[in-house]
Design a protein around this ligand. Structure first.
Ligand code: SAH
Length: 544
């Protein structure tokens, strides 16, 4: 075990998901913020556990050619960005590498590389900001939280935001200080203003200002509106009532104080209505590139029924509508569904339908009604797909699944599960929607029954299956890898399933034969059977 407070020398070899440098010292993984791969550094151990430690960079002995002097003066303190200490080449390389490594390690892929749609600019790209408000010496100020704390770091000019957004923040703060509007204090749960939320349409230039308040009334609101009207593009002022304790930013109630309560913006040639709660990608240019990639991977034809799960305000759904026979969007937030329906109308799209509900439950319900989409697009939040959704996808068996993801780790986990149900991964691309920040988006294409049309189509039913059980045993990918390693043989999921069934491992998985009556199932030949059995023994799934 490494010793706390001791200084060690190390070479940075990799990055964590949060963008910290990783070094291995005496067999222990050490996480070091602000370190760059390839650098030789001195590190002071701040926390030591058996297999990992956290350290602080104390000296750079060999500097990476990718190291930069931080351009943002508060970058070291502010928890908003992660990468101002390196050039953008290194940042985009590490993001692509992260996606590749997740898919290879967790989804049994062997991708030599994953391409990335790198961003053309790191400046002014974010179309939304949520500034927490705080005060010192009786004066209000706004900024962003310091990493891991609720201390607000003031930043006069945030590099990744457009200038207008910072101007709104400054104007609101001036108003707050002049009219002695109280500032919310977490500890005592008193004071009014909690957050200043600004959303600006990248194309329309329209600005929505939403003040999150611990109360329902804003003093001197007319004066604030008068001042906001001096900012070009200011369109609407909304008060979000959040009287609850805790970290959730927005409250459940929205009171429009000026304008329509939403703004509009154009994306992929369509107009969208955006309310404060609606999800809308923060990087307009890169979002368009990501969606175009997703749509092209979907390979939609005029006959296709397309299901878009986690559809938000219908951005991807509506962008696909003209190519498809019909599109169906599912989204859990009612306000976003209202926006999506309105967006269909304002773009005169008649072949789109939207449902409000949990993606998994809605998909199961659609499946029960006999709806069989040809293509499904999913774009879930970071936690990825739930068991219901995977089950519904397996049963609906669309020709293609396009998975847009904001977390490569949960994406890889879900890809592994979908592969178990007979899908193959055909393409993967990373997209950088958050330059200078550690997040990365990915789009992948999974397909079934397309690669070799002669191949017998096999359906896996996951009915009654305990999804958590997946974690206990080796995945099909891992079994294939083991077989290949040991014998050089390539085995299909079908063969593995047959051998698992023979040994009674997958009774509960209810593995079915192909639904069509004339389907013939190829039978696992004896040499492959022996190889698979060896792998099952190796993974402790059958007795030795
Ligand atoms: N595809 C859209 C939105 C993606 S963000 C776009 O690119 O604009 C993910 C969306 O999933 C959010 O709108 C969120 O409200 C929604 N969501 C979160 N959990 C959900 C669930 N369980 N079921 C359906 N939608 C959900």
């Amino acid at each position: 075990m490494l010793i706390k407070n001791q200084i060690y020398e190390a070479v940075i070899t990799d990055y964590t998901a949060e963008g910290q440098g990783v070094a291995h010292i005496e067999g222990c993984a050490v996480f070091i913020p602000n370190a760059i791969a390839g650098e030789r550094v001195r590190v002071k151990i701040e926390k030591a556990q058996k297999t990992w430690a956290a350290g602080k960079l104390t000296e750079i002995l060999e500097k990476s050619p990718h190291r930069l002097n931080r351009e943002c003066p508060v970058a070291k303190l502010c928890g908003g960005c992660d990468f101002w200490h390196m050039d953008y080449d290194e940042e985009s390389r590490l993001k692509a590498q992260r996606v590749r490594s997740c898919l290879n390690r967790m989804a049994g892929e062997d991708l030599p590389q994953v391409p990335i749609l790198a961003a053309p600019t790191c400046y002014g790209y974010r179309n939304k900001a949520q500034y927490p408000v705080s005060q010192k010496k009786g004066k209000a100020y706004a900024g962003f939280f310091r990493a891991g704390t609720h201390d607000v770091v003031e930043n006069a000019r945030c590099r990744i935001l457009p200038e207008e957004t910072d101007r709104v923040k400054d104007l609101v703060i001036d108003y707050v200080n002049q009219y002695r509007v109280t500032v919310y204090d977490e500890a005592s749960h008193t004071g009014l203003l909690r957050h200043i939320y600004v959303r600006r349409g990248a194309v329309s230039g329209q600005i929505l200002v939403c003040l999150v308040c611990n109360g329902r009334k804003l003093p001197r609101a007319e004066e604030l509106i008068r001042r906001l009207n001096t900012i070009p593009g200011f369109t609407t002022l909304v008060l979000s009532v959040n009287t609850k304790k805790g970290n959730t930013i927005l409250g459940d109630e929205f009171i429009t104080l000026h304008g329509p309560g939403y703004i509009e913006d154009t994306l992929c040639g369509l107009t969208f209505r955006l309310s404060p709660r609606s999800f809308y990608q923060v990087n307009h240019h890169q979002a368009q590139r990501l969606y175009r990639e997703a749509i092209s991977l979907a390979g939609i034809t005029k006959e296709d029924l397309v299901l878009d799960l986690y559809c938000g305000v219908g951005t991807i759904t509506l962008a696909m509508a003209s190519a498809a026979g019909k599109v169906i969007g599912v989204e859990v937030i009612p306000q976003a569904v209202e926006d999506a329906k309105d967006n269909a109308k304002r773009n005169r799209i008649e072949n789109a339908e939207f449902f409000c509900g949990d993606a998994g439950q809605a998909a199961l319900e659609l499946e029960r009604q006999g709806i069989r989409p040809d293509v499904v697009v999913v774009d879930p939040p970071r936690k990825g797909l739930n068991g219901d959704t995977i089950q519904a996808l397996a049963r609906m068996a669309p020709r293609r699944i396009v998975y847009v993801s904001c977390d490569p780790a949960t994406l890889a986990r879900d890809v592994a599960l979908l592969k178990e149900t007979g899908y193959v991964l055909n393409a993967a691309k990373a997209a950088d929607l958050f330059p200078r920040c550690a997040h990365v988006e990915t789009v992948v294409l999974l397909s079934k029954g397309e690669i070799d049309s002669k191949k017998v189509r096999v359906e896996f039913s996951l009915e009654g299956m305990d999804m958590s059980g997946f974690q206990k045993d080796a995945t099909y990918g891992q079994i294939k890898e083991r077989v290949l390693e040991q014998t050089g043989l390539k085995v299909s999921s079908l063969y593995i399933a047959q051998i698992k069934q023979k040994h009674g491992i997958i009774e509960r998985e209810n593995y079915n034969k192909a639904k069509s009556e004339d389907a013939r199932q190829p039978k696992c030949p004896p040499d492959k059977e022996r190889a698979i059995e060896e792998a099952l023994r190796h993974f402790g799934m059958i007795e030795r």
